[in-house]
Every structure is written in C-alpha cells, then in structure tokens.
Design a protein around this ligand. Structure first.
Ligand code: SF4
Length: 76
C-alpha cells in the first residue's frame, strides 16, 4: 500500500484558556505537528503565549489522561 504524506493547514482558535487566540495548525497525516499564531486574528494579532505553544505537548503527552478516572475502593 502506498502511504502518502498529506500536509494541511487549518485556521482555528486556541482553547488552552478562555482567550480564544487565533492559531494556524499544521497537520501531517491528520496529526498536529505545529502551532503558529494567526497573523490575521484581531485578538492576538500574530502573537501566541507559551501556554498556547505548549498545547501540542499537552495534546500528545504520553501521560495525558484519556478517560475519566474512577475510584476503586473507599475514599482516602
Ligand atoms: S494562546 Fe495563550 S492566551 Fe491565547 S487562548 Fe491560547 S493559552 Fe490563551
């Protein structure tokens, strides 16, 4: 099977806080590989904070919770 590398850019908003700054995501084979500030966003005007840049690490961190934690046994 021939595996094609597909790259695309998507304009969206960061939701790492309540701000909603404009960002452009670069996806390779449906995986986000880069986050850049959107130069056209009237809110952040081409800037991005460290938390917004770290969103990629949060998204793919191996220790990220992927399901709700359920307590086994009694509290405490
Ligand atoms: S880039 Fe920073 S300030 Fe903007 S929404 Fe994301 S976390 Fe909030």
């Amino acid at each position: 099977m021939n595996k094609l590398n597909k790259t695309e850019k998507i304009k969206t908003t960061c939701r790492s806080c309540h701000g909603g700054c404009g960002v452009i995501l670069t996806l390779e084979n449906n995986k986000v590989v880069k986050i850049q500030p959107d130069q056209d966003s009237p809110l952040n005007q081409g800037r991005i904070c460290p938390k917004g840049l770290a969103a990629l690490e949060i998204l793919y961190h191996p220790d990220r919770l992927r399901y709700p934690m359920k307590r086994l046994g009694k509290r405490g």
